[in-house]
Design a protein around this ligand. Sequence first.
Ligand code: B12
Ligand code: SF4
Ligand code: SF4
Length: 400
Amino acid sequence: MATTATVTVDERVRALCRVEGFEIVRFAPATLTQAARDAAQAALDEGRLADMAWMTGEWLDRATDPQRFLADARTAILVALPYHGDEAQTGPGVSRGRIARYARGRDYHRVFETKLRRIARTLREEFGAGARATVDYGPLLERPLAAAAGMGWLGKSTMLLVPGFGPWVLLGAIATTLELAPDRPLAKSCGSCTRCVVACPTGALGADGSVLDARLCISYHTIENRGPIPRELRAKFGDWVFGCDECLDSCPVGAANHDAYADFVPPDLEHARPALAGLLTLDEAAFRARFKGRAIMRARRDGLVRNACIALGNVGGPDDLAALISALNDASPLVRGHAAWAVSALANRHGLQPAARAALERCLEREQDSAVREELTLAITELGTRDSGLGSGAPHGNSG
Ligand code: B12
Ligand code: SF4
Ligand code: SF4
């Protein structure tokens, strides 16, 4: 049973978190269940973590053992900040991409870091306790810990679903040597719902629940993948240029309006739905200037421009062909290769094959990079053999 002194410490810790703006605060014992550890190990062993080089066996060993994150840890303090599930409205005339909602405002890592560090420092100074904070990148699996702390439950999308907010929260954690009274896990589940599994455009979610194959996930490819996007997946990416919210959007939990933390609200349309042709013109310096302080930096310039090429291939209008043809001359072979695919995809949708063929063949004559040559050759071969909706406009309806 908790002593009066312990309750006071608990309340003080919750108050510290609330002062930092964390209205959602839960405590869990600083341990992960064997089932969660086995699930993480299976994801690694079966290749479902794709090529996230930092998620090694060593990383997962530590991430599934809070005692290795902080010696003598007794409690994991889980905090969350909400953001919006609402979609930004776009007007006609410009082909726009989509940035995942979590990345439309300030970089959440920076927002959490400052707050979590202040809380951890107070725990050390006021209670003489050990305390170590992390958000996202630290070796600590945040979702199973948050579920153990009763913040929400693990949905079939693998998202932590929080009553009132659904999947639309971001998580941070502090491990501490303080013994705080744990909150109870929620007795809730997705039941028979499978909306996210059905909604996922690439089939990345396992029907049996809480299993995601990152090799198929648009979020993984647009954010973490530094190389080529598998050709068979590109047409399924729609207009996503950074992250993907399809499984979150389909979720009926917490869909009701809630206040988003102010830092995560996009200040304008370009932060949410950037004009695709504009992204193609960014060089390294312009990319850094535009996305400084935002999570988009993670994709790096070449990755984001690669993604924008694919999105234009999928949703661009006839007027966007010229921008894609210019991208065939980009300094990055990664971009040139994906521009080739996109030229072919867009031309097929709008009946622009002759102009596309001429541009692709010109590039093939002078291209030295073997991977780009292969992309160009395939793009030429595929001209006229894809979707025959000639001149019918963008099937994803985004070119306005
Ligand atoms: C790597 C990573 C990714 C990868 C892989 C995601 C994945 N599902 O495996 C990629 C790049 C694809 C990704 C995408 C996204 N991510 Co991410 N990601 C992470 C990160 C860094 C590690 C997650 C991880 O290790 N995954 C591997 C699996 C094995 O572990 P897990 O999902 O954490 O835990 C699972 C197992 O433990 C298992 N499990 C637990 N107990 C049990 C018991 C049994 C019996 C079984 C069978 C299984 C089981 O279920 C858990 C949930 O799926 C975390 C931050 C962190 N440090 O935890 C953020 C994090 C999970 N991501 C987050 C977000 C916001 C996203 C995106 C929504 C971003 C976007 N819009 O594009 C998407 C959502 C995609 C999705 N459906 O998950 C948030 C999630 C918040 C929330 N409410 O759940 C986190 C927590 C970051 C944060 N600090 O807020 N992400
Ligand atoms: S983020 Fe997108 S691609 Fe990844 S599992 Fe969810 S719906 Fe599928
Ligand atoms: S869409 Fe349905 S199955 Fe998927 S996470 Fe939400 S409630 Fe669970």
